[in-house]
Design a protein around this ligand. Structure first.
Ligand code: GDP
Length: 338
């Protein structure tokens, strides 16, 4: 059954001042909108909730966090008490003093309602800043926020800062880090990936959520952004190829018949999410001009294993696939007991 999950509903709430980029982030991450098209979306004025039901059930709530927000905060505190992370979006291209004041009072409410909440600050729209400016902004914002918390005597707040932009992969990486902190089985997943790599001649392995391209875990070998980008592009290509000859492109109402295969996301028909492969798990293999082999296999719960191998591993592909079967079984076990 699909009730077996890591956590009933780890939730992520997203807040920030108007025009900070919240809607854009959600559209790009979860609805496959092209970054430039976000110029035309309407700004958040009322609290909106979008639920993304994939391997980890989470909701992204956008609350238009204005300075005057006492009333909204009463609702928000209830939400904070049941969520794992609060993402706060700061527009780095704008004067951010107002944002910092807003963020500060939100943190006080959030921590009051839920001392274990992870505060994740997205220093956003950094595509418009030079490399130096980015680091300056990060240093300045980190300093101001942590100083204020110290003044309040709050020393145990879990707070992280991420430089993000919807025009590159930084937003996916930041989101991945946020989600990873909410997965209790992360260490086990990383161990499983390490073992898989060691025994199968795989150089790098990622476990991705196909729908959002958030990576849930990777093995402990070093990771670089180009590798990550290749993998996310490969997911897109594989999903597109798979949908090419799909009989019915529009997903039917989500029905899960088998824990083995994902059969659609809860709300995929209404929000323009790419149709996630129905029924038979997707997979593909490709050889790049530099000899690197890309290998993708869908696992459980909308997750895909994406591996990079050298061409020397190709003759042993049967062994690799055999090991991957074990890996898949281990994942299933993990979510059954989770
Ligand atoms: P919201 O009110 O917080 O939901 O903000 P919106 O999502 O409506 O975004 C406001 C504006 O910021 C839009 O014109 C977006 O195109 C722009 N925007 C969002 N993200 C980025 C980004 O990463 N870089 C740049 N340069 N602009 C962005």
């Amino acid at each position: 059954g699909h009730t077996a999950g890591p956590n009933p509903s780890p939730r992520i709430v997203m807040m920030g001042l108007r025009r900070g980029g919240k809607s854009s982030i959600c559209q790009v991450m979860f609805h496959n909108m092209q970054p430039l098209d976000t110029l035309y979306i309407e700004s958040t004025t009322a609290p909106t909730t979008s639920v993304f039901s994939s391997f980890i059930d989470f909701a992204v709530m956008e609350l238009p966090g204005q300075i005057n927000f006492t009333e909204a905060m009463i609702d928000a505190e209830r939400i904070f008490s049941t969520c794992g992370a609060l993402i706060y979006v700061i527009d780095s291209q704008d004067e951010y003093i107002n944002s910092l004041a807003n963020l500060h009072s939100i943190i006080l409410h959030a921590v009051n309602a839920n001392p274990n909440i992870n505060i994740e600050v997205f220093i956003h729209k950094v595509d418009g800043l030079s490399e130096d400016f980015r680091l300056d902004a990060q240093r300045d914002i980190t300093q101001r926020v942590t100083d204020e918390l110290l003044d309040d005597g709050l020393v145990n707040v879990s707070i992280s800062f991420h430089l993000t932009s919807i025009f590159d992969h930084s937003i996916y990486e930041a989101f991945s880090r946020v989600v990873q902190k909410l997965i209790p089985q992360l260490a086990t997943l990383e161990n499983l990936l390490n073992v898989l790599c060691q025994h199968s001649g795989i150089d790098k392995a990622f476990l991705f959520d196909i729908g959002s391209k958030i990576f849930v875990a990777t093995d402990s070998s070093p990771m670089d952004i180009p590798t990550y980008e290749i993998c996310t592009d490969f997911i897109d290509i594989t999903v597109d190829m798979n949908n090419l000859y799909a009989v019915d492109r529009r997903p039917k109402t989500a029905t899960r018949t088998d824990a083995n295969t994902i059969t659609g996301r809860a709300d995929s028909s209404s929000n323009g999410v790419k149709p996630i492969p129905q029924g038979r798990p997707i997979g593909s293999t490709s050889r790049l001009s530099n000899g690197v082999i890309l290998y993708l296999q869908q696992m459980v719960k909308g997750l895909a294993l994406v591996c990079l191998m050298r061409k020397e591993s190709m003759p042993k592909i049967a062994l690799v696939e055999y090991n991957i079967e074990f890996f898949r079984d281990a994942l299933e076990q993990l979510w059954l007991i989770g």
